[in-house]
Design a protein around this ligand. Sequence first.
Ligand code: GAP
Length: 465
Amino acid sequence: MSAPNIETIVSLSKRRGFVFPASEIYGGLGSSWDYGSLGVELANNIKNAWWRWLVHERDDIEGLDSSIIQNRLVWKYSGHETTFSDPLVDCRACKGRFRQDKLQDVKCPNEPSVCAGSGKECDLTEAREFNLMFRTTIGAVAAEDDESALAYLRPETAQGIFINFKNVLDTSRRKLPFGIAQIGKSFRNEVTPGNFIFRTREFEQMEMEYFCRPEDAPRLHQEMIDGFQEWFQSLGISGNNLKLYEQTKEELAHYAERTVDILYRYFPEREDEDKQWDELMGIANRTNFDLRTHSKKPEIDGKRINSDSTEDLSYFDEATKERFYPYVIEPAAGVNRLLLAILMDAYTEKTNDKGETRVILKLKPELAPIKVAVLPLAKNKPEIVSLAKQIKKDLQPAMRAVYDDTGGIGKLYARQDEIGTPFCITVDHESLEDNAVTVRDRDTWAQERVKVSELKEHLQKRLQK
Ligand code: GAP
């Protein structure tokens, strides 16, 4: 089972402290969200899993953390200043503003509705291009529109990688193929954000640029597509809720030769199966576009197209004595979209023997915000409380543990199940006699007695599954 719709996750997130609406006490700020104590742990665990899998476990990828605000020229030569836009239309009837290419998905925002779904005609303006980059100014400027101080918040982390290609190459002494990975915030002034954390104006990306010889690019691209599908499933996402989408020639970004998206079933409630899916990540073959465009002497028809860069970002292959611009395979995923997919896929309901329905978040232990909750059966018994607190303290260096005595044991179990904590430890009167505690499994609700002296090892073994 997985969540029946995104709304179920919105309410669980608010109720339990994963995600809150941003600026809520001032009426909110359209499609901005804050991550609460559990949300930030889950996001960190997702990012750590990605980083460990790519940067630590493979031997061919370096990490990077580049600036959000770069020289404006980065966005001139990357093409974002001229092409990173959506076609925008206004409706004269309802005053709504929409992306022309997503008209079939929108609902008219104002009543009385005259647009999609009402059967009446919309009165749309001609489309005009709207650039999605957030603008800002650098330093103390006299006027907000001072072009000489203009800068952008990055709309993708990727460009920070391309402009550092030579720095990383020179300092790491890498040879092709190798990759550079980066996790960080990106910003897009989306025309129609929405669906909770699915499309927002501020979001986090996990991107990797894998540099290779041009002839190796198609094979490495396919390996990356297969690898990411497997990785998502290793995080607990069901293969039934993932599928591939091959972008058409018309959909491809200006830099891409081939892009395959991995889609997740974010909208299982929709009758039309085709409309249940949306993009979780994109995996592109970006050719050598970026390294060429940021280089001081690209040889496009013999014409120098970049007169501002001070570097040539080509690569010299010692073995073949060739100089060329490497191709790039780019797997680009959103932290927030993956977090949403993971929450949706982990969501299950189970009925207890009293006929009550309980929510269980069957998160992979690696991703669970809390690994173990230590619960005293009698919070008015100082010896029990003190033993429970000591157990929590002893476990903490090895795993994220919490102590909780804020309710009866049934309520405490239910809360931990709902936030995905794999194990609860109950300390009771008997524990004072036999130095053992009850370990309760989140998914099966099975309980077993374990010696306190063996507890850490016991839990570590089970958490690795
Ligand atoms: N460097 C390539 C690139 O940025 P993209 O397909 O535009 O490609 C990559 O973005 C991923 O970033 C998407 O698959 C999605 O997971 C995430 N993403 C993009 N725009 C987003 C938004 N407005 N809100 C949340 N996530 C977004």
